[in-house]
Design a protein around this ligand. Structure first.
Ligand code: XUL
Ligand code: CO
Length: 437
């Protein structure tokens, strides 16, 4: 068998914070128990097939800069076979438990739809064998409904019924592949489900279509007995100027309106949160407030650039705050932390893939350790609890029990006058977080 990463001869190990070995974990100690589970189970790390294996380093101003040894056959199916072996070699050497893919990442589109399906089946069979040999699992599968020109005006929201049919047929096969591979989840990211101009767009019809598309997916899920979860991944724009799945709140409202809420959770991507003008922990919090956090695409953007730069997450503050939300919601059930991230264009070597993943895994491992300590010490939580305590008894409790009214509250105001001014102590709390680092 080919060896695509000869520079890494053994599995990456935990060596502790004092290690000077760049190819070792400083914080990610897979079997260490944190918050009642192993680090491996709390974090459920996952590799993103499209970036890690298929990324070329190309950007809108220039061609690819990486020369991946598994993409050199001048034959898309041979490349696909080499790539699946390279993926599992990488996964095994890194000790990462999960991976995610789009149908077209793992197998190329054929001349006809039938040929595309055959290509997919062939690679899925190899992936299944390699999953068995390595113990790797599929976090989620999805269909790429955005790269091929036929989806220029959308998949499920396309104004043309034939293109809509193609989107459904493609998702059907991607769901079959996910079922075959025992996927924990199936994902819908609305790649081109959005619009460029309202001059040619019927917004209401496209919303109704998207709901029909998702309802048919639910029907098919039931038909084939797929037990994994369905997820939607919010993003505000890019590639469309206006993406329908703008942010967590928008998606939850859409799901409620169309009676889809019971069937879906959210996959929150950090860089999408920042593009929507939110923080990562805001989007996670909105999802968990509805009990709808499914999984996470862990990456960061670049504040100077303002587009979806999909960088590996190295920001410890973000990781701590995200892990606090995730742990407080009870941790992942079917989800995990998927590195939807790519090395920079100038990070040209295959070894850079190891550095990138090791750094990201260590960032979240450290974030987990710190978040767990902050939560178990309880200082922050007790501050927040105290802040709302006037709603825990007296007329405050009556309000929330539905036992109050504007008349009653007006009487209370007339009798008691101005409320007390109470500091939110933001700086004190920020200092508290810093003390844990
Ligand atoms: C695009 C993005 C996708 C989804 C899967 O911004 O995040 O890769 O995660 O389709
Ligand atoms: Co993503």
């Amino acid at each position: 068998m080919k060896n695509f990463f000869p520079e890494v001869r053994q599995v990456i190990r935990y060596e502790g914070a004092d290690s000077k070995n760049p190819l070792a974990f400083k914080y990610y100690d897979a079997d260490r128990i944190v918050g009642g589970k192993t680090m491996k189970e709390q974090l459920n790390f996952s590799l993103a097939y499209w970036h890690t294996l298929k990324g070329t380093g190309a950007d809108i101003f220039g061609a690819g800069t990486y020369k991946r040894p598994w993409l050199q056959n001048n034959d898309p199916m041979k490349d696909a076979e080499d790539t699946v072996y390279a993926a599992f070699e990488f996964i095994s050497k890194l000790g990462i438990p999960y991976y995610c893919f789009h149908d077209r990442d793992i197998a190329p589109e054929g001349e006809t739809f039938a040929e595309s399906c055959k290509n997919l089946e062939k690679i899925v069979a190899i992936a299944k064998k390699l999953q068995g040999e390595t113990g790797t699992r599929l976090l989620w599968g999805t269909a790429n409904l955005f790269s091929h020109p036929r989806y220029t005006h959308g998949g499920g929201t396309n104004p043309d019924a034939m293109t809509f049919a193609w989107a459904c047929a493609q998702v059907k096969n991607a769901m079959d592949a996910t079922l075959t591979l025992g996927g924990e989840n199936y994902l819908f990211w609305g790649g081109r489900e959005g619009y460029e101009t309202l001059l040619n767009t019927n917004y209401g019809r496209e919303q109704d279509q998207l709901a029909r598309f998702l309802h048919m997916a639910v029907d098919y899920k039931k038909k084939i007995g797929f037990k994994g979860l369905f997820m939607l991944e919010p993003k505000p724009h890019e590639p469309s100027a206006h993406q329908y799945d703008f942010d967590s709140a928008t998606v939850l409202g859409f799901l409620r309106k169309y009676d889809l809420l019971d069937y879906f959770r959210l996959n929150i991507e950090a860089n999408h949160a920042t593009l929507a003008g939110h923080t990562f922990e805001h989007e996670l919090t909105v999802a968990t407030a509805d009990g709808k956090l499914g999984s996470v695409d862990a990456n960061i953007g670049n504040p100077q650039l303002g587009w979806d730069t999909d960088q590996f997450p190295t920001n410890l503050y973000d990781a701590i705050k995200a892990m606090m939300v995730i742990l407080k919601s009870g941790g992942f059930t079917n989800g995990g932390l998927n590195f939807d991230a790519k090395p920079r264009r100038g990070s040209t070597d295959t070894i850079d893939l190891f550095h990138a993943h090791i750094g990201a895994m260590d960032t979240f491992a450290r974030g987990l350790l710190i978040a767990d300590k902050i939560i178990s010490d309880g200082e922050l939580d007790s501050f927040v609890k105290e802040r709302y305590s006037t709603f825990d008894s007296g007329f405050g409790a009556d309000i929330m029990k539905g036992k109050s009214s504007f008349d009653i509250l007006e009487k209370i105001v007339l009798e008691n006058g101005e409320p007390d001014m109470k500091s939110g102590r933001q700086e004190m709390l920020e200092n508290l977080i810093n003390q844990y680092i």
